[in-house]
Every structure is written in C-alpha cells, then in structure tokens.
Ligand binder design. Structure first.
Ligand code: AMP
Ligand code: ZN
Ligand code: FE
Ligand code: FE
Length: 282
C-alpha cells in the first residue's frame, strides 16, 4: 500500500532535519507524499517542495498553528496554504516577534540568577533555528546545569517553574480563518492530545465545525488503535474528512519515526487524494 506522512517538523520550527533532509528521508523510506507542518511557520515549505520535485516526491505545503482555545494550546493544521499569502506572513511575523521577546526575557532572567546562558550563545549554537524552550533546556544540559532536557523542563522551564513565560497565541477562531484565507484546509490536529474528557472533546469538535473545520487528524503516532478507530468513526458520522501523520521531529523526538510513528502508524495515500478533492485541487 502507498503510504504518506502529513505531519512533519523541520528546523523551520523545532525539528532537527532541514527541509531537504526530511524530503530525502521520506524518499528513502518510500513514502508516496509528505506534508511539512512546522509550528507557526511555512519557512521550510519551499525548500522541501524543491527537494521533492528533484526526487519525484510530492510535498504538500502545510503549517501547524498553535491557538488559544479555553486557555489551552490547541493545534490547527493547515494544508495547501499559500506560503506567500499576506495574512499568513503578517501573523507569522507577529508570532515570531512574540517568541523573540519571550526568549530575550527568559535569557535575561536566567543570566540574572547566575546561569551562563545568553541569546548570543543560543543563536550561535542553533543557527537558523526558531529558538524556544527546547534549546534553552539543551544548552543548560550542555553546560551541566541539568543532566537532561527533561530535567531542564521539570526544574526550570515547565509551566509554573521559575523561568517559564507564557507565549501569547492567536485565538482558535483566528487560526482557522487565517488558514482559510491563505487558501488552506484547516484540520483539528491530534484531537486526543488535549487532556479532555470525551464530552469536552465533542465540544471542541462542535466549536471547530462551527468555525469552518471539516477535517480531523485521525492517524497519529500517539493515538492508540482504539482512538484511531474512534476518530475515523466520528469523522464518518459527521461527514468530516481525515488526515494523518507521525509528528516527526528528527532526533529531538527519536521515538517517533517518519511514516511509521511508534510502529503503529500507516496513513494510506487515499487520505491525500480526498484532502486534495476537499481543497478543490483535483
Ligand atoms: P516553546 O514553544 O518554546 O514553549 O517550547 C515548546 C516545545 O517544548 C514543544 O516542542 C515541546 O515538545 C517541548 N516541551 C514541552 N514540555 C516539555 C518537557 N517537559 N520535556 C521536553 N520537552 C518539552
Ligand atoms: Zn514540535
Ligand atoms: Fe501538535
Ligand atoms: Fe506537530
């Protein structure tokens, strides 16, 4: 069976593969198509599509927008977005400025407490990366302040810890309308990753539908077979389409493999054919 992976992160957000490396890997794995879905960024899309064209691999333009839904961070995937859409560029600029301000504040707070951590060193160590807490944690580990990235989060960077600063997110409704106005198909990402009860998940799906979402991410590395079946049934019942992918992040999440997730994932090519039909791109 031809399989695909529509959920892939690169160095344009917090993955460790460059877009070209991700495409090469997908080709080696024999995947029929991939989607590049960096957090709040389309910066990797063009390079990936050029690499895909050279290798004969279909690369779908995508994004994973972090949005605010009832004070939770709900992710909205967007497929076939135009990476040059003005609305998208404006919001992405706002998001990256917010992130930069937060990083500068975090680095200052750490330095004030005596940690040898600076923005200059972070930028030098991770050239071109969209810097965030994972990079702070990794640098703290390299310098021996903590013994692992996880410990860095647990002790210093997790919500409620001394150096955690909240990031402003765009409202759920705006994330969806942004994707629609950029020519994309909005998809509710990994619906079971929000620590909601079934009832709350249904409220989220209802809200999503009212705002224009008609697709759920049913196939996902961290879904159990039961959860995958539940989502496929839910989508069928509501007349929704489905998408799927691994959430590959390269060596930053080594337990997730491109295409196959944690050994449990297999997304049929037909998913992309339906998505393309729904996007009006047949
Ligand atoms: P940021 O966007 O800077 O807030 O960082 C978010 C990233 O940190 C996400 O990609 C998460 O995968 C990662 N992250 C969040 N919590 C933890 C944790 N406890 N351990 C390791 N990574 C984490
Ligand atoms: Zn990520
Ligand atoms: Fe996500
Ligand atoms: Fe993701």
């Amino acid at each position: 069976m031809k399989t695909i992976d529509l959920h892939i992160h690169t160095v344009a957000s917090d993955g460790t593969d460059t877009p070209s490396q991700a495409v090469k890997k997908a080709a080696e794995l024999g995947l029929a198509a991939i989607g590049i879905t960096d957090h709040d960024s389309v910066a990797g899309v063009k390079e990936a599509q050029e690499a895909g064209a050279a290798l004969g691999l279909e690369v779908v333009s995508g994004i994973e927008v972090s949005s605010d839904y009832r004070d939770n961070n709900v992710h909205v995937l967007g497929y076939f977005v135009d990476p040059d859409a003005t609305a998208l560029c404006t919001v992405m600029d706002w998001i990256s400025r917010e992130r930069e301000e937060r990083n500068v504040k975090m680095a200052a707070m750490l330095a004030a407490d005596g940690f040898d951590i600076s923005m200059e060193e972070l930028r030098q160590t991770y050239p071109g990366a969209v810097l965030g807490r994972p990079h702070f944690a990794e640098l703290m580990m390299k310098k021996g302040y903590v013994s692992s990235v996880t410990e860095g989060f647990d002790r210093y960077l997790e919500v409620g810890r001394r150096y955690f600063l909240p990031k402003r997110r765009i409202p759920f409704a705006e994330a969806i309308s942004l994707i629609l106005s950029s020519g994309g198909v909005p998809v509710l990402a990994h619906p079971f990753q929000y620590h909601y009860s079934w009832e709350e998940t249904m409220e989220l799906v209802d809200t999503a539908e009212a705002l224009g979402i008609r697709h759920l991410e049913a196939y996902y590395s961290e879904h159990t077979p039961e959860q995958q079946a539940q989502l496929l049934a839910l989508a069928a019942e509501r007349g929704f389409g489905v998408t799927g992918g691994s959430d590959y992040h390269g060596s930053r999440k080594p337990y997730i493999r491109m295409g196959s997730g944690m050994g449990n994932l297999s997304v049929p090519y037909s998913v992309l054919e339906s998505l393309r039909r729904d996007a009006g791109r047949v």
